[in-house]
Design a protein around this ligand. Structure first.
Ligand code: SAM
Length: 286
């Protein structure tokens, strides 16, 4: 029995329809309406299970207006089921904003857990699972990607990334540049589907294979964390630090602040970066 005025965050399969839980079906059959990332995808899934409910689209580009509308209906006493295209809503999905809105307004939120690609991939990766960090998608923007990767380059926990097939090559190449080619990686593909595959290899080998082979399907990349012995000093060249510092200066930071940020990101000494940045005329601040 669903509660009036509550949001139900409902997990749906990431491939195999057999993973749609009996409770998910029951709850979606009882709510007043369903908010779906793509109503066509949801309608197909729900029809397969004989569930017929009013559907409302709720996706990245209408999430503010539509979210306000959904919140209004929830506060008016209706119950709503939230589903995304696949997996858990709010995990690299716009549901995050709606749940935050409910939390702010004191609207009750209940979860009906289902599969999520990140945790499923981590579980079969063969890499340490005791401590991990979920990194979602990398930005399309060059600077955003670089900053994201540099921020986790020394991270000792296992790293979990989502990636679209058309961006896989670029991402593997950026991983090799930032993390080095020897790191272990599990390339986890098409989970719970016919072509499900887990390839445990190194970043270098993965990048080489996908230079030859067209990436196909949905991917999760599970990357081993930085080895405990990997000192920051060994990880970056001065040239790389300078590149970061120059990016900071392009953003309007002073040479001193830019060198400080580059030192933080690379582990190299601020003084050396600053001197190289400002040339012989620099004051050598450190
Ligand atoms: N909310 C979803 C979840 O709980 O996993 C994730 C949504 S995100 C927009 C889509 C990304 O999840 C894909 O680009 C891919 O990286 C990953 N993904 C989804 N289904 C997958 C599957 N069956 N196998 C591997 N990765 C998958």
């Amino acid at each position: 029995m669903v509660e009036k005025g509550a949001l139900y965050v409902v997990g749906t399969p990431i491939g195999n329809l057999g993973d749609f839980s009996p409770r998910a079906q029951e709850v979606l059959g009882e709510v007043d309406f369903i908010a779906a990332e793509d109503t066509r995808v949801a309608r197909k899934l729900l029809a397969h299970f004989g569930i017929h409910k009013p559907l409302l689209s709720y996706f990245e580009h209408n999430k503010l207006d539509r979210g306000a509308q959904i919140l209004g209906r929830l506060q008016g006493g209706e119950s709503c089921g939230l589903v995304s295209d696949a997996g858990m809503p709010a995990i690299s999905d716009p549901g995050e904003t709606l749940v935050a809105g409910c939390a702010q307004r004191g609207v009750p939120v209940y979860v009906v857990p289902g599969p999520t690609a990140a945790i499923s991939a981590l579980a079969v990766s063969g890499l340490p699972t005791g401590r991990f960090t979920f990194e979602g998608f990398l930005s399309m923007n060059k600077r955003g990607r670089r900053e994201h990767l540099l921020a986790v380059a020394q991270e000792p926990r296992t790293l979990v990334f989502y990636e679209a097939p058309h961006k896989l090559r670029r991402t593997l190449s950026d991983f090799v540049k930032t993390f080095g080619g020897d790191r272990p990686v599990a390339i986890v593909r098409e989970l719970t589907k016919i072509h499900e595959e887990v390839w445990r290899t190194t970043l270098q080998e993965a990048a080489a294979r996908y230079r030859e082979q067209e990436p196909r399907g949905e991917y999760v990349l599970v990357v081993g964390g930085a080895p405990a012995s990997e000192g920051r000093e060994g990880g970056f060249t001065l040239e790389e630090a300078l590149e970061i510092a120059r990016e900071q200066m392009d953003k309007g930071f002073s040479a001193s602040d830019a060198a400080k940020e580059a030192a933080r990101a690379t582990g190299l000494r601020k003084g050396g970066i600053y001197r190289a940045l400002t040339g012989p005329g620099g004051d050598g601040a450190s």
